[in-house]
Design a binder for this molecule. Structure first.
Ligand code: SF4
Length: 314
């Protein structure tokens, strides 16, 4: 990563805004030293950085930065001068391959950008299929929490390689296939996505009352203003009284005291499904499922109701 950091810091014209995920704040002294060496100035953004959909344009403007350096994620947005520095996470490649070889049938394998280097080894294993995915995903076999389009392939089982639950849950829910997670150290976990599904369906049922708050995200890569307007229209057509809200982050206490029965959050679906809110917070799909516009539960990224497949059964 040092070489890449050096390269991007050289490209700052005068002052750069640096975004680091939580796990990489130890790079701050290194980046400061490099900036000093190349006679550039850097400002560190200490807001949380969850993904490449979260580019801090306002902060860059407010601090007169000519460049944003975004560490740890790959480009999914075309906005201004943003330089990306990949973050390669280490993993036990031998163990992962050994576990993969033991799994029978056609295996749809996907991982996050930090483990993308593993795919060169993984694709040699018999039965492995890597999907291409939509324009939002940065490459073959790469999954985002809100985009599992690389799983749109013929397969018997999904295998997610990496940490966390949201990505493999989305893979399982969207395809209906058995889904395993192979962890970076080689451990294997079966993903019980039906439990998640049951919990979310129960929550959709609990979203009662006619006052709904539709929340728009101000993050450039999570802003779905047009979808929020469409949701407002269909909600009103269905007899709901709608108020619109906008926020950057959405922490549970932001909703305290707001006069709504439940909310629909149009930003990152991971936030809405966090289950830490006092009142139900639904994703756009969950709200559309409640209204009968969708027939099947999904976790996706879509920007207009019109773009949903007509039968939406798949
Ligand atoms: S899951 Fe959330 S954080 Fe990840 S790319 Fe999608 S919107 Fe961004």
């Amino acid at each position: 990563m040092n070489g890449e950091l050096e390269e991007v810091i050289r490209k700052i014209r005068r002052r750069g805004l640096v975004q680091l995920p939580e796990g990489l704040v130890h790079l701050i002294p290194k980046i400061s030293d490099l900036a000093r060496k190349f006679k550039k100035e850097v400002i560190f953004d200490i807001d949380p950085t969850y993904g490449a959909c979260d580019i801090r344009l306002c902060e860059a403007r407010a601090s007169s930065c000519d460049t944003i350096i975004h560490v740890g994620h790959a480009k999914i947005l075309d906005v201004g001068k943003v330089l990306y520095v990949p973050w390669r996470r280490e993993a036990n490649v031998e163990k992962i391959i050994e576990k993969l070889r033991k799994i029978k049938g056609r295996k749809c394998v996907a991982t996050t950008i930090n483990f993308a280097w593993l795919l060169d080894y993984v694709k040699e294993v018999e039965g492995v299929v890597l999907g291409r995915g939509s324009g939002r995903v940065p490459g073959e076999g790469i999954v985002l929490g809100c985009d599992t389009s690389v799983c749109n392939v013929q397969a018997d089982i999904n295998i997610f390689i990496g940490d966390g639950y949201f990505h493999p849950l989305a893979m399982g829910i969207n395809t209906g296939r058995e889904t395993l997670a192979i962890r970076p150290h080689g451990g294997v976990e079966r993903i019980a996505y039906n439990k998640f599904l049951k919990r979310r369906l129960a929550l959709i049922g609990m979203a009662e009352g006619r006052n709904v708050g539709i929340i728009i995200s101000s993050k450039p890569g999570q802003n779905r203003m047009a979808l929020a307007m469409e949701l407002r229209d269909v909600a009103e057509e269905n007899g709901y009284s709608v108020r619109l809200y906008i926020s950057d982050y959405l922490y549970p206490h932001y909703l305290t005291g707001l006069p709504e029965d439940f909310f629909v959050f149009t930003g990152c679906p991971r936030v809405a499904t966090d289950d830490t809110f006092e009142k139900p917070v639904l994703t756009p799909e969950e709200f559309l499922l409640k209204l009968g516009y969708l027939k099947k539960y999904r976790i996706d990224w879509f920007t207009s109701i019109k773009s949903l497949p007509a039968d939406n059964e798949g």
